[in-house]
Design a protein around this ligand. Structure first.
Ligand SMILES: [Zn+2]
Length: 344
């Protein structure tokens, strides 16, 4: 066993993956054909996921959302991404999706969430992987739209939908815009998270924690620009869901060695590892760990800690968290011992 095998074999939790960003290129092409969605010229499906810049990425992301329309489409894309995750030993995922994007395209909320539910159940039956969903607010829209989305989620409860998040362009769309939507969600027992300080000052992390009541932070890279806030987050054990490959590409000049993730961990922040939009950034759950080992110098013991941080940051019940922490730590220790023996 070498380091790559080790990183593939360790059990994983993921808390930051977007369903619409997880559609395989070949599935995207098939669904686009099925629903008459016109695609840009391409030789093979994967070419569609080659973009020169973020604008083209967003354009393709929008086309993917347009290509997913009926219940079976949602079942299929959910099943396929969970199947892939299970191959990388992801055992539990909390996954974002954007209900409003589909509703605005004429897809009823029920159709989408029930298809997703079918996919989750089929994947658990076939691969043992578990998954829960987080409904994402599009922060580029007016606050009323976010509030309405939360109302829709509350009026159509499903066991698989356990929280809300907030994504899309952060600049000019600070989290305080959506305080009412978050308050409503909290009143109805939904869990809370948000993309924050991914591309904006550290203040957004503070707003998410103190005003919106977020239980964890997605990305949060700019938090390290505020020393006091960084210390506070480290002391309180706030979990940050980091995504090395996608954000290196979009924000940090594709320079993984200089990605703030390295500094976040050095300052004692509780980070855990995710693949964000795997096929769209040509990544997968294991590859994120590999680049962190290769470009940021993290060790097997660091990854052990990141995995356990993922359990802590999840919205599983406490007895399950305690049990998984114990069992997974033991399992990873065994793999570490094997890795050391074979290396040395
Ligand atoms: Zn994200």
């Amino acid at each position: 066993m070498d380091l790559h095998d080790f990183l593939r074999r360790i059990p994983k939790v993921e808390l930051h993956v977007h369903l619409e960003g997880s559609v395989k290129a070949s599935t995207f092409v098939e669904l686009a054909r099925k629903h008459g969605v016109k695609l840009p010229p391409h030789d093979k499906p994967e070419d569609l996921y080659d973009y020169p810049d973020i604008y083209r990425f967003l354009q393709i992301y929008d086309l993917v959302a347009r290509a997913v329309r009926d219940r079976d489409d949602f079942r299929r894309i959910t099943y396929e991404t969970l199947q892939e995750a299970a191959e990388h030993n992801v055992r539990y995922r909390e996954m974002f999706w954007s209900p409003k994007v589909h509703m605005d395209l004429g897809v009823p909320y029920d159709t989408a969430i029930d298809g997703i539910r079918d996919g989750i159940r089929d994947a658990e039956r076939d691969y043992g992987i578990r998954c829960k969903m987080i409904a994402g607010i599009n922060r580029m829209e007016p606050p009323e739209k976010g509030f309405e989305m939360v109302k829709t989620v509350i009026e159509n409860p499903r066991d698989e939908l356990i929280g809300i998040g907030m994504d899309y362009a952060e600049a000019d769309n600070p989290p305080e815009k959506f305080w009412k939507a978050y308050r409503l969600a909290a009143q109805h027992g939904l869990h809370l998270t948000a993309h924050a300080s991914e591309d904006a000052p550290p203040r957004n992390v503070e707003t998410c924690l103190d005003l919106l009541g977020c239980e964890r932070i997605d990305h949060g890279y700019h938090v390290i620009e505020d020393e006091a806030l960084t210390r506070r987050c480290a002391e309180e054990g706030v979990v940050f869901t980091v995504c090395p490959i996608s954000t290196a590409w979009v924000y940090f000049g594709n320079n993984l060695a200089n990605h703030p993730i390295k500094e976040m961990a050095r300052r004692g922040l509780k980070i855990m590892v995710n693949c964000d939009d795997p096929p769209m950034f040509k990544t997968n759950p294991t590859k994120e760990y590999i680049v962190m080992a290769e470009y940021m110098g993290f060790s097997p013991a660091d990854f052990r800690e990141f995995v356990l941080n993922g359990i802590d940051g999840s919205w599983l019940d406490d007895p399950t968290k305690r049990r998984w922490r114990r069992e997974w730590a033991w399992e990873i220790d065994k793999l570490m011992a094997q890795l050391e023996k074979e290396a040395g």
